[in-house]
Structures are given as structure tokens and as C-alpha cells.
Design a binder for this molecule. Sequence first.
Ligand SMILES: [Zn+2]
Length: 84
Amino acid sequence: MQIRCRECEGRAIITTTNRLSNEFTRLYCACRTAECGHNFVMQLSYSHPLRLPSSKLDQQLVNQLRELPPERLEALLDALRQAR
Ligand SMILES: [Zn+2]
């Protein structure tokens, strides 16, 4: 990831990261332009998936569906068939 200093438009580097959650990280940055030397914080956050959700969710769903009584599972399957 290329970081640009907003003060001089020069290149900056990430010196430290602080991961506050699985969707939000603070990036501590330092401008590499000697005459500038600006230090600043940028924020990196998760926005949205581009396609399907992670495939890890598939197995979680299967495990949850296994816990359902057969009649509820059958009702869900019927609802899915009708939704298509
Ligand atoms: Zn700068």
C-alpha cells in the first residue's frame, strides 16, 4: 500500500499499526521527504465484500442447520426452493 503525505504529496511509510478490531486499524505514518518529516495517523477499515461471503461461512451454516429439527429444516428448504 502506497501512502502519500498530505502536506507535501511525498511518499510516506507505515511505521506502526494498531489493530483495534478485525475491521479497523490505525496506521502510524511518517513522511520520507527530509524537508517535510510530517508524522500522521491514517485509518484503514473494512468496507464490504466484492463477491460472495467467505466460504468459511458455508460450514458454519451446515453445522447450524444440523441442529434444527427435521420439520424446520424441511420448511427452510421449501422456502429456499420457492425463493429461486
Ligand atoms: Zn511530507
